[in-house]
Write a protein that binds this ligand. Structure first.
Ligand code: ADP
Length: 394
């Protein structure tokens, strides 16, 4: 059965087509710059990358382009050969505890949550409706970045703020990257056949978050109402004193929205180093002696270790640490620096293994009190699995 995992953004539509339940990737691609005259469509098929420019005025045109191309290339034998589409949804708030089939009510709820994710949820709806227009009979599902975190206790997800802000405006911690935290923790639990486990997952990509997971259930995560909370990232500050917003607003004669935008887009690695949001550029600059590049990494590593410390207490110990996403899977330096800070807890690094990238591998020695692993994440597969389950009732 052919299932497509889709990530629709405001100006892009990314997809992966999988054969399920075999879990093989058939092809993947992206339409970028939707809404402009020079949109492009890229597809990877059988090791070949093909790129075309075309005028793509909206998401419906993008879906039409993708589906026509897949049929044209005979990747899909006909329009009916695609049996399910699963969409990644950034914000499901406390309305969705798991993935669901799309109905009119589900769509309405996602739309209603748009003020919590103004850049994402409306774009997801555009993606869903584009598929409805092009393939009116297709079964579609939604997989939420927030649902894995719905098991957090009230004392964990509530902020200590006027209670009406929560009641009236839903202000609380929701978290993000839930699909990834769930995927990598389940992967390890299944691989090691764990009955009981205290796991901390480190999803370190351009966006980055941690989760504390007890026996497969999320008990805390570092992102909050929005992805700005938590550790410093490529362009995000992570936690700061909120007074910075009004203080810098006065200094720059800017409104809160502008300052928060700077905290989201001009902070983190980019803000501190002044060089780049990309960890590869930052590590290179640090190796060449750039002080601010090193500082950007030092701040992030320090804050990551702070979270691990707090989760150590929350979980009453940690058995396993999992590194994942672009940086977690690829940066020997960051993995090593974090684990070295934990040596006083009895963490013993395997310096040969920790060099290896993008592979499921244990990177600590047998006598290490906490075992650390690299587990490559696969959010598309997680979406395809949930979609397959929901549409086949398995
Ligand atoms: P997102 O999905 O949030 O955009 P990714 O998980 O793709 O982020 O991670 C992007 C980050 O991972 C960047 O900082 C990039 O430098 C880093 N990264 C990706 N590939 C590599 C690599 N091969 N070596 C080192 N870092 C990498």
């Amino acid at each position: 059965m052919k299932i497509m995992a889709v990530n629709a953004g405001s100006s892009s539509l990314k997809f992966q087509l999988l054969e399920m339940p075999e879990e093989t990737v058939i092809t993947e691609g992206i339409v970028e710059r939707i809404g402009l005259d020079d949109s492009y469509y890229t597809i990877n098929y059988k090791g070949q990358k093909e790129k075309q420019t075309f005028a793509c005025k909206d998401h419906t045109k993008a879906v039409e382009k993708v589906i026509n191309d897949l049929v044209g290339k005979k990747i899909l034998s006909s329009l009916d050969a695609l049996e399910g589409v699963g969409h990644r949804i950034v914000q499901g708030a406390d309305c969705f505890k798991g993935s669901v089939l799309i109905t009119r009510e589900v769509k309405e709820t996602i739309r209603d949550l748009s003020d919590l994710a103004p850049l994402h949820n409306p774009a997801h709806i555009m993606g869903i409706e584009a598929f409805e227009k092009i393939l009116p009979n297709i079964k579609q599902t939604v997989v939420f970045d927030t649902s894995f975190h719905q098991t957090m206790k009230e004392e964990v997800f509530m902020y200590s703020i006027p209670y009406e802000w929560y009641e009236k405006y839903r202000v609380r911690k929701y978290g993000a990257h839930g699909t990834s935290h769930k995927y990598v923790s389940e992967f390890l639990i299944n691989k090691l056949k764990l009955k009981e486990s205290k796991i901390v997952t480190l999803h370190l990509g351009n966006g980055a978050s941690l989760a504390a997971i007890k026996n497969g259930v999320c008990v805390d995560t570092s992102m909050g109402l929005t992805p700005l909370e938590g550790i410093p990232m490529g362009t995000r500050s992570g936690i700061i004193d909120p007074t910075v917003v009004s203080f810098m607003g006065e200094k720059l004669k800017a409104d809160a929205k502008t300052i928060v935008n700077d905290l989201n887009k001009k902070s983190g690695y980019l803000g501190v180093s002044g060089i780049s949001h990309d960890s590869r550029d930052i590590e290179k600059a640090m190796r060449e002696g750039n002080r601010r590049a090193k500082l950007a990494l030092d701040i992030q590593i320090k804050r990551i270790v702070d979270y691990i410390g707090s989760y150590y207490f929350l979980l009453e110990g940690i058995d396993y640490l999992i590194f994942t996403a672009g940086i977690g899977e690829n940066s020997e330096y960051i993995r090593t620096k974090i684990l070295e800070r934990l040596s006083f807890l009895g963490v013993v690094i395997d310096y040969d293994k920790i060099k290896v990238n993008r592979e499921f591998l244990k990177i600590t020695k047998e006598n290490s009190k906490i075992s650390a692993f690299v587990v490559p994440t696969n959010e598309e597969l997680a979406i395809a699995r949930d979609t397959y389950k929901l549409i086949t009732n398995k």
